[in-house]
Design a protein around this ligand. Structure first.
Ligand SMILES: Cc1cc2nc3c(=O)[nH]c(=O)nc-3n(C[C@H](O)[C@H](O)[C@H](O)COP(=O)(O)OP(=O)(O)OC[C@H]3O[C@@H](n4cnc5c(N)ncnc54)[C@H](O)[C@@H]3O)c2cc1C
Length: 389
């Protein structure tokens, strides 16, 4: 476990054809659906353990995703996965924490919730996704890029998945399937397994080109109805997100007016980001959700598919990589006959999730300026009544 997995897969002699079971072109030991951080971490771990696997990813090239901060305590994991050098690339920035107006009227430098081991990183997320996929491609294991999962059938013996792109439909067979499809948990949905939402937080997101350059950092500011998150996209473009509860979301046609109003309520952001057009807004779920159990007879979920985190925590990417690493080890051990390996995975990820919830509650409890408002009264109510045991 102390070995450097990147090193292992670079020297490994497993070739593409060896990743498949002999004589059957599309048959593998493990099929991973999703080529984001969780899927790729699982794939490079399984490959290093000598498991024949493949990755199916819906997009032909990485797409823009929300989330760019990596906390300092992720570094040992990145090292273990052999990908620390990726985040040290000059396209990413060393990072100590967000500027935050939360719990008081001051805009302060806030260290990450877990502030051990020095600095973290502010990623060029699109570039990071590309780097991760390149690492996997070095293993020479098959990468079905541009293929979307359409159907999964799981019986006692095997998993049969149908995937398709614009021009072909393929049937893949495997002993085991990994759900690394992100928040939607598509594999689980196909298998009839539901994720539980522990709250109803949503993000309204949009990008803005600025006329002035602003510091390359994330700014968080709480308001009466939720909180703002502004992250650099390019030197003069930022991604802006307003987080609120489902009940407070405006009607679609009122979104821009609602956001202009919310921006005006801020003490600091409204001075930093002025006179901006608000258009092309997207609304997406951005709360905490989890599976009751993150594995079944011949499937296991990693990353957001298993546990989705509130973006205030900056936990998502690290947790996706960690669950890919531990999930990969667990599945490899399971396929080598260790029946208890999947329970060990569950124990590790459930404990990490419980610790996250405690820290999340403590963080939201710091904000006491609007104790009568709907958002701040209801933000934690669901957690307190619905934390899974
Ligand atoms: C607003 C917001 C801000 C955030 N900020 C941060 C932050 O600062 N720090 C942080 O660590 N995290 C942050 N996150 C969370 C972080 O981005 C996610 O936790 C992380 O991307 C999870 O990785 P994943 O691999 O599990 O899923 P994803 O990155 O979502 O990858 C899933 C992949 O599966 C593919 N896929 C989906 N369905 C199918 C299908 N049917 N067939 C084939 N492929 C499929 C998708 O194309 C995708 O590439 C934020 C999230 C949000 C919403």
């Amino acid at each position: 476990m102390q070995q450097n997995l990147l090193h292992i897969h670079l020297i490994a002699t497993v070739k593409e054809e060896d990743c498949r079971v002999a004589n059957d072109k599309h048959t593998y030991q493990v099929l991973i659906v999703g080529g984001g951080p969780a899927g790729i971490a699982t794939a490079i771990t399984l490959h290093a353990k000598g498991i024949r696997c493949c990755v199916v990813e819906a997009h032909t090239t990485p797409i823009r995703k929300s989330g760019e901060a990596i906390p300092p305590n992720a570094k040992p994991l990145l090292k273990q996965l052999g990908i620390l050098s990726l985040v040290e690339d000059e396209k990413h920035n060393v990072y100590y924490g967000n500027k935050s107006c939360w719990g008081s009227d001051q805009l302060e430098q806030k260290e990450f919730i877990s502030d051990r081991l020095g600095h973290g990183y502010l990623l060029d997320r699109l570039y990071f996704e590309t780097q991760l996929q390149e690492v996997y491609q070095h293993t020479n294991c098959p990468f079905y890029k541009g293929f979307k999962l359409k159907k999964v059938i799981s019986d006692k013996k095997e998993v049969i998945a149908t995937i398709e792109n614009d021009s072909e439909t393929l049937t893949l067979k495997s002993q085991f399937i990994i759900d690394a499809t992100g928040r939607k948990a598509s594999v689980c949905r196909h298998l009839g397994i539901q994720k539980e939402n522990l709250d109803a937080q949503f993000a309204i997101t949009f990008n803005v080109k600025l006329s002035n350059e602003i510091p390359h950092e994330i700014i968080v500011e709480a308001t009466e109805n939720g909180w703002w998150y502004v992250a650099p996209f390019t030197k003069k473009e930022v991604t802006m997100m307003f987080f609120t509860l489902k009940e407070l979301l405006p009607a679609k046609e009122n979104t821009a007016i609602f956001l202009q109003h919310e921006l005006q309520q801020t003490i600091h952001l409204s001075k930093i980001i002025k006179n901006i057009p608000i258009e092309h807004c997207k609304i997406m779920p951005a709360g905490t959700s989890c599976l009751q159990i993150p594995f079944g007879k011949n499937w296991l979920a990693v990353g957001d598919a298993a546990y989705s985190f509130d973006p205030i925590s900056s936990y998502g990417i690290t947790s996706a990589l960690a669950s890919g690493f531990y999930g990969g080890h667990a599945v490899a051990d399971f396929l080598h006959g260790k029946q208890e390996a999947l329970d060990v995975y569950r124990y590790v990820v459930e404990n990490a999730f419980q610790a996250y919830i405690q820290k999340l509650i403590a963080h939201y409890e710091l904000e006491k300026r609007w104790e009568q408002s709907y958002y701040w009264t209801n933000r934690l109510a669901v957690f307190n009544s619905e934390i899974p045991s």
